[in-house]
Design a protein around this ligand. Sequence first.
Ligand code: HEC
Length: 157
Amino acid sequence: MPRHRFAIAVAALILATSAADAQNPPPGTYRPGLGDLMTMTVQPRHLKVGIAGEERNWTYVKYETHELEEAFDRITKLVPKWREFDIAALIASSVKQPLQDLEDAAKVESPPLFYDAYEKLTAACNACHQSANVGMIVIQAPKGSPFSNQNFHPQKP
Ligand code: HEC
């Protein structure tokens, strides 16, 4: 093959390859936003803790409250700032204490302490939503479970 023809063939190949790359870009890393993390990792756990408290399932309340705490810890690391808001500081000043109170209530298996802490947690969710200018997101104690495939009754050891 004459030299110039070879060069044209190589150039054509490079063009074809980059066109194919543009059509099939490599898969990007999935980066959920704050609203995604709230919907996926915070909202269902807030709900499950509420149902388990109704069921007096203290072992599970302790477990799931800890999961919720970890979900907030991961949000603190992944989304420390959202718009102009310091999410890490807001988490520390809003939900941390009620989460601790919930764990304490579950340890002593006290329904009144549980309800008190759960109400404070829910109020903290809403206080943060208001501080972050998303006050239209209103959280409340659940009315029944959408997780019909999970049994929240206490199990015998
Ligand atoms: C640190 C502040 C903060 C705390 C604490 C917080 N949230 Fe949020 N939440 C936000 C912000 C800000 C958004 C909006 C994020 C966005 O639009 O990307 C949000 C969004 C949400 C959404 C998505 C709304 C929708 O309908 O799509 C849900 C659900 C939610 N939060 C539930 C909760 C619950 C339940 C709690 C408490 C257990 C909680 N949040 C605590 C700041 C907070």
